[in-house]
Design a binder for this molecule. Structure first.
Ligand SMILES: Nc1ncnc2c1ncn2[C@@H]1O[C@H](COP(=O)(O)OP(=O)(O)OP(=O)(O)O)[C@@H](O)[C@H]1O
Ligand SMILES: [Mg+2]
Length: 1030
């Protein structure tokens, strides 16, 4: 049975890819092409005649170089070489014409010939009459397999456009001179069709011709001096022509009808995203010179301006036209997953891989995808590890484009430092990689521009007008920064409150929301998680019963789904609020609950969310009205950028005519609020010096480890290319950057992470084993020593009777401060441990007597490390989760929110994979490797084993996995081969769009896994290059 399924899976998956690649070169062939390809780094370099590398990517590189000589228009008038070209081309057309008329019935029969059939038909044809080496070389080109390297969608489009342009081409006729390798380059804008297509149709002919002529001209022969001179002239002429062409192709970029992309992309954007046409600014941005010429770019627009689509189109151009990989960096795991789900269908349709790098997912270095390009979608941390692994594997040049969403996060503590390191490395190492950054809230774009050597595009466009208001007492004021007072009286709030109600709702939130819901939507941002729940419950209390009748059936379905996501348990607050169309939204919800709530809000089933500021970051959940319940996040006054992000959610494109935000303030906050609405955006500062210069330390360590720099001088050069260097005067007050760098190196030496060569005057730096393990495992420098000690101690008496000891070793150090133990719970759990487990607890430094005394409320004088005690507490939580796999009951037992438990799980699984990489570099830790591999998997998917294969698919969470499993979809292969229509019918509450995404993601994952296995096979079968020979 399973065999049958396997066969079905492979053939079906392959079928769909084959359909797309009906004109593609078979993989094996491609490898052989690859092997002939020379090694080169720059994207515009002409291949050299060396034959060093077998890297699969070079086959793509080769086809890139064939595009180099794109546009002939500007040199057509003055090149005698091109006159010759014309006549040769005429001859070829004549030859083919002749062949077709005379003896090629195959060609004539098939009006819509594809390149493959063209090849066979020419094979069937008699040899061209001329025995001319130039002509022959061109005809060889016809048979080149790489001509097939065109997705069928592009081919169809190409046929269409050529027909429209009245071209006599081999595709729809048999008169053309050259089949096209890069049809997308022919996709000229409507009015340019005629003028662009004709000259370009000669491109490959000219390439072949140039090559042949170069060969001919340079070939040694025993001919007369006059002939040699003539040849020399021709050679010179050719090299002039080549230079000119190179210049032209560098300066111009072919544009297709959809920004250089096949129309299929436009159709997909329309079908999958529902976007018919681009906004004007999007068109302008995509046509910018900097974009065309691949210079780095920062673009800033207000929230909801549609920035993502521009980035996605640029990514598709990189993958499909330039045939390079792309890296898309997003700030949160949930955003990465959402993007992977959204773009998987594009990947399946357009034949590229979409790879998730979030949490514990993602391989380092990534699997080589023989022939297919990859889009890596990564969190900030994973993107850094990915770039490091590509530097180490000398493959960073394969990444043609790096896109950073929410670029202002450069200023966000240690995460900002990681973005800065990643980008600085890309700029320093891979000059041909383009960087695009986008943001809604950049105050000092010039600094960032300088750092990224980027141009800037900004626009105030908002699809929906935003009106900002503040509410003070019972008056609403419009924000008008031109007014001296900033606030202009607008109206009095209309409400009739009883005295009890006035007491409960002093800020008149109910009156404000009742003006819009249920027919329109509303977001209420609250300062704390608890406040979100209270506000949602309070509003319901005063809403009329008619609210319950609105979309009652849909709300019942939502409640059912929430209940089944909680294994039959439902949050009591949601149980009360959902019938009124309300919910709260914060990190205390499980990711599954969050997703259900978001979907219900998007589809209008819920009309109001009481949420924390996290909802404002990147998630696309707009509202007619946004209410800021107070100008605080926890105890801190709002920052300008936070305010902008929140109010930016107001206004739903295509639904509302305008959106409005209302900030509720008290008298005491009036002045601060004026500043908040009118001040410029905050400055985005480098964070390499954040937390005692932790960023600089780990940057320098990895630079030495990766062999990017190995002496102080080079490190200094590198540091000059950072944002910290741009802002040196502001940030390095006590000592300059050079001093900072020197100190860092000294500190790394002290910590035993780096050593210097003992040769006098040499000064070469290298990392120690511990240093290598630290940067390879992306382990925070503060913890690398303690991690080493903990693991060493673990080796002495590793308790494998249960998961507890291993789980303790991978409980992240930095999450410990977020949770204080409940001593009673701690003690109860402790007493329930086995004797072996209790012994292990004592061994790591937490004896039972200590916990017992704390539970009894006694102060303990004993010297116990509080970090170890707290860490063990979290390890007990994780143990509970691994044993029971029931988030709700464990959350209940430890009195923690289920959202926190999920965060604990995902950060532990991520840290577990870091520790695994750490141990891989240190021989003494070999026993940990197999153990941690399995533990990572268990922590990542903390569910019953049979659900794991389904949950590997991006976006499939436990509840959905259970439904799918029960409906008979038990393996990845089942999902990859599923018919979305059947899926929708057999799984409750599954929308068609979701079903499509699940199937596309499953197909993608299956392909990914098959590729990884194929790579292993290829490696295994490859003859070693250093095989001893006689
Ligand atoms: N040309 C378009 N026509 C219609 N809708 C569009 C267009 N471009 C983007 N959108 C839609 O606009 C919404 C907001 O776009 P997007 O998420 O890219 O905004 P953003 O600029 O990234 O905002 P933020 O700064 O909040 O992240 C999305 O639903 C997107 O599908
Ligand atoms: Mg965005």
């Amino acid at each position: 049975m399973s065999n049958e399924l396997k066969v079905k899976r492979v053939s079906s998956g392959k079928r769909s890819r084959d359909r797309l690649r009906s004109n593609l070169t078979p993989a094996r062939k491609r490898t052989s092409v690859t092997r002939r390809c020379p090694e080169s780094k720059g994207d515009m370099e002409v291949p050299k005649a060396t034959n060093k590398s077998l890297d699969a990517t070079f086959s793509e590189y080769c086809s890139d170089t064939e595009d180099l000589f794109g546009d002939y228009d500007s040199i057509i008038a003055d090149s005698s070489f091109l006159t010759k070209l014309d006549s040769v081309e005429q001859n070829i057309i004549h030859d083919i014409d002749y062949a077709n008329r005379g003896s090629c019935p195959v060609v004539q029969k098939h009006e819509n010939l594809e390149f493959t059939s063209l090849k066979s038909s020419t094979e069937n044809c008699p040899k061209p009459l001329r025995d001319d080496s130039v002509t022959n070389s061109i005809l060889e080109g016809f048979g080149d397999d790489s001509f097939r390297d065109i997705p069928s969608s592009q081919l169809a489009f190409q046929q269409d456009i050529l027909q429209k342009a009245g071209m006599n081409c081999c595709i729809d006729d048999d008169k053309t001179s050259t089949p096209m390798r890069h049809p997308e380059k022919y996709l000229a804008t409507e009015d340019k069709k005629q003028s662009h297509i004709a000259p370009k149709a000669r491109k490959s002919v000219s390439d072949q011709l140039k090559k042949a002529m170069m060969d001919n001209a340079t070939a040694p022969s025993s001919v007369s001096r006059a002939v040699v001179q003539e040849a020399a002239i021709v050679t010179k002429e050719i090299s002039f022509a080549l230079e000119a062409i190179e210049l032209v192709s560098k300066e111009t970029t072919d544009l297709g009808p959809f920004f250089g992309l096949p129309t299929k992309v436009k159709e997909l954007i329309c079908n999958l995203k529902g976007i018919q046409d681009l906004y004007e600014w999007q068109k302008t941005c995509l046509n910018l010179d900097s974009v065309q010429q691949r210079r780095n770019l920062i673009y800033s627009l207000p929230t909801s301006g549609g920035k993502t689509l521009v980035a996605e189109i640029l990514i598709l151009k990189e993958l499909l036209c330039r045939k390079k990989d792309a890296l898309f960096i997003l700030p949160y795991i949930s955003l990465v997953q959402e993007k992977v789900r959204g773009l998987a269908s594009f990947g399946m349709e357009l034949d590229f891989m979409v790879e998730e790098y979030a949490g514990s997912k993602g391989r380092f270095p990534p699997v080589k995808r023989r022939g297919r390009r990859s889009l890596y979608i990564a969190t900030i941390e994973k993107a850094h590890s990915l770039v490091n692994s590509l530097i180490e594997a000398k493959r960073l040049d394969n990444v043609g484009l790096v896109v950073v969403d929410e670029l202002h996060m450069l200023g966000d503590g240690s995460r900002g430092a990681i973005i800065e390191m990643t980008l600085a490395k890309v700029i320093y190492i891979s000059k041909s990689t383009q960087i695009i950054g986008m943001s809604a809230t950049l105050g000092n774009v010039q600094d960032i521009q300088k750092f990224l050597r980027a141009e800037n595009y900004s626009n105030d466009f908002r699809p929906i007008e935003l009106k900002e208001y503040v509410k003070l007492k019972d008056s609403i004021y419009e924000v008008d920064t031109k007014e001296e007072e900033c606030f202009k009286f607008s109206r009095l709030l209309n409400f009739k409150y009883s005295s009890a109600m006035q007491k409960m709702d002093q800020d008149h939130i109910v009156a404000l929301v009742a003006e819009v819901i249920p027919s329109q939507s509303c977001l209420v941002f609250c300062p704390t998680k608890k406040n979100c729940e209270n506000v949602a419950a309070m509003i319901c209390k005063y809403l009329k019963n008619e609210f319950i009748q609105h979309k009652q059936a849909e709300k019942a379905v939502l409640l059912e789904a929430l209940k089944s996501s909680g294994n039959g348990l439902l949050c009591p607050v949601l149980r009360r609020t959902v019938p009124y169309g309300l919910a709260y939204h914060h990190s205390g919800l499980t990711s599954e609950e969050r997703k259900l709530v978001e979907e219900a809000y998007s589809s209008g089933v819920l009309c109001l969310l009481a949420c924390t500021s996290t909802l404002a970051a990147g998630i696309n959940l707009p509202a007619r009205r946004v209410i800021l319940r107070s100008p605080y996040v926890a105890a801190d006054f709002l920052k300008r950028s936070q305010y902008k992000q929140m109010v930016g959610r107001a206004g739903r494109a295509g639904i509302d005519t305008h959106g409005e935000s209302i900030l509720i303030i008290q008298d005491k906050d009036k002045d601060l609020a004026k500043k908040l609405v009118s001040s410029p955006m905050e400055i985005c500062k480098s964070n390499l010096m954040h937390d005692n210069g932790k960023g600089v330390l780990s940057l320098v360590l990895s630079l030495i480890g990766l062999n990017v720099t190995n002496n102080l001088q080079k490190i200094r050069d590198f540091m000059n290319g950072t944002l910290l260097s741009v802002q040196e005067k502001q940030l390095c007050l006590d000592k300059n950057l050079w001093d900072v760098t020197q100190e860092c190196v000294e500190l790394l030496k002290e910590k035993g992470l780096v050593t210097a060569s003992t040769e006098p005057k040499d000064g070469t730096l290298q990392v120690t084993k511990l240093g290598r393990a630290t940067y390879k495992g992306s382990v925070d420098l503060t913890y690398s020593e303690v991690l080493y000690k903990d693991l060493s101690k673990g080796l002495e008496c590793l308790m494998l009777d249960s998961f507890l000891h291993l789980v303790y070793l991978v409980t992240p150090y930095d999450i410990v401060s977020q949770c204080k133990p409940d001593w009673m719970v701690y003690f109860r759990q402790f007493t329930m441990l086995s004797a072996a487990e209790q012994k292990m607890c004592s061994a790591v430094g937490v004896p039972e007597s200590f916990v017992a005394r704390r539970a009894a409320g006694q102060n303990v004088k004993k010297n116990v490390d509080q970090v170890v005690v707290n860490r063990l507490y979290l390890a007990l939580v994780l143990l509970g989760l691994l044993k029971e796999t029931d988030l709700w009951s464990v959350a209940d037992r430890f009195q923690l929110s289920r959202g926190f438990l999920q965060t604990l799980l995902s950060s532990s699984s991520a840290f577990c994979s870091c520790v695994l990489h750490f141990t891989e570099e240190l021989e003494e830790f070999w026993p940990f490797r197999a153990l941690l591999t399995e533990l990572t998997r268990r922590l990542t998917y903390c569910v019953q084993a049979e659900l794991i294969p389904l949950m590997e698919v991006t976006g499939v969470m436990e509840g959905r996995a259970k439904q799918l499993y029960n409906a008979g979809y038990k393996t990845l292969s089942h999902l990859a081969n599923a018919d979305p229509n059947v899926l929708v019918k057999s799984v409750e509450n599954l929308f068609k769009k979701q079903a499509n995404q699940i199937v596309a993601s499953a197909k993608m994952l299956l392909t990914e896994k098959a590729d990884a296995l194929q790579e292993e096979v290829d490696d295994m079968l490859t003859k070693p290059h250093d095989l001893p020979s006689l």
